[in-house]
Design a binder for this molecule. Structure first.
Ligand code: LLP
Length: 414
């Protein structure tokens, strides 16, 4: 896990206030390098879509996945090209539906589309014959760190059901669409046991497709350790399984096949922390609560999935040796809602975490917050979006300032 030093974080808190997101560019570059065996790394920007982070990705030769008009616009402004400037599109739009504005943009800018429903094929085909498309397959099974991040199987809305692939290919042919490849993302939180089956399914679908392709995509889902002691995924092993699948697909089509991967959290999760200040400490019966100035409107993952984020304490002005004792502590935020708790299970049960005794003015650092942190923030309780800072080579840059009250209200024409 990347941990900017306590001194750095304290200095940044003094300059920009809290809550504050802090990322480390070097940590992102390290993760990119670990996946360099893949022909294309396509960043699932929903994990961390700040334009400055996307520029770092662009500089490192990483391409990008987009899932909305907003994400397309971010990619374009970060320097990614739209349209078919090369065989390998820099931006691919992935979705299960087109809203009308999105369909117009995809057609106008010839943006490659990773298609998740047969209706999308018809809607695009009628407007843009020849358009380059992928088929996202739901192989009938999936896996996720929580039910909410499992994107395969019949309870998932994602992708084209594997038994309907022939129907999809007929629609591709009927509309003279160009099939780029098959894509499979069965959920967030890869499990090796599953992986053999995923790769095998990809090979089977390719063999049975009846139409040529250029590429396959392994989707995303690679995790990083969130808890201390959790095992790291071995990217070399992960690549070798997919590479073997690629070889079998190549043997079938009798030409080279590009192998893409589409990670989100693997690239950015452990590059980022959320920094918050302790604003109250109180006991409720048996429970000790430490309340900070960040809530689930900032970091939604614990409230949404029961996700675990390691929490460390930076002592503030109150004197005392914080490492002397630890106390079972519930860490919660300022929102007017009981579920605004950072230490809870998937089922919403409050959990206690052993933390050093905290005092008002201490800072809490939520680790592993560089993916699905700032991007899942909301204005709930009319709280303002927190700023983001990027550290690189000993310097820091404010890459998003704090939202203002005027900006919060400006859409309401007051
Ligand atoms: N590709 C597709 C088509 C996806 O839907 C996703 C994630 C990814 C790639 C990247 O998955 P990753 O490598 O980051 O696991 N908010 C949840 C995660 C939702 C993921 C949605 N799709 C979380 O905080 O864990």
């Amino acid at each position: 896990m990347t941990i900017p030093s306590n001194d750095t974080l304290t200095t940044l808190a003094a300059e920009y206030g809290t809550p504050l997101w802090v990322y480390d560019a070097e940590a992102i570059r390290r993760r990119i390098k670990q996946l360099s065996a893949f022909d294309v790394i396509r960043f699932a920007q929903k994990a961390c879509s700040n334009i400055h982070i996307l520029r770092e990705m662009h500089k490192a030769g990483v391409f990008v996945d987009a899932v909305s008009l907003g994400e397309i616009e971010r990619a374009v402004r970060a320097g990614y090209a739209v349209g078919s400037t090369s065989d390998t599109a820099e931006i691919v739009f992935t979705a299960d539906v087109f809203d009308r504005a999105m369909l117009d943009r995809v057609v106008a800018d010839k943006i490659e589309v990773n298609i998740g429903s047969i209706d999308m094929l018809h809607q695009l085909g009628e407007r843009s014959p020849g358009h380059r498309v992928w088929l996202r397959v739901n192989p009938g099974f999936g896996h996720g760190h929580s039910n909410k991040t499992n994107t395969g199987g019949e309870n998932s809305k994602h992708g084209i059901w594997f038994e309907q692939l022939h129907e999809a290919v007929s629609a591709v042919r009927a509309h003279s669409l160009t099939l780029v490849g098959l894509h499979m993302h069965i959920g967030s939180g890869v499990d090796y046991g599953h992986l053999q089956r995923v790769c095998g399914a990809m090979v089977d679908f390719c063999r049975d497709l009846g139409i040529d392709i250029e590429a396959i995509s392994a989707g995303g889902g690679l995790s990083v350790p969130y808890k201390e002691g959790e095992e790291e995924i071995d990217p070399t092993h992960y690549f070798s399984l997919w590479d073997e699948a690629r070889r079998q697909v190549e043997a079938h089509f009798k030409h080279p096949i590009r192998l893409e991967i589409e990670p989100g959290r693997f690239l950015t999760a452990d590059s980022g922390v959320l920094l918050a200040e302790v604003r109250a400490v109180k006991t409720m019966g048996q429970n000790l609560f430490t309340l900070v100035d960040a809530g689930f409107s900032d970091l939604a993952r614990p409230a949404m999935y029961g996700s675990y984020h390691h929490i460390s304490v930076i002592p503030g002005p109150t004197p005392g040796d914080r490492s002397a004792v630890t106390l079972p502590t519930v860490v919660a935020g300022p929102l007017c809602e009981s579920g605004d708790v950072f230490t809870q299970t998937e089922f919403g049960t409050v959990e206690k975490r052993d933390l050093p005794e905290t005092h008002v003015g201490d800072f809490l650092v939520f680790h592993g917050a560089g993916a699905y942190g700032a991007t899942m923030s909301s204005n709930y309780n009319s709280r303002l979006y927190a700023p983001e800072v990027l550290l690189d080579e000993g310097k820091h840059r404010l890459i998003r300032r704090r939202q203002t009250l005027d900006e919060l209200l400006e859409l309401e024409n007051v």
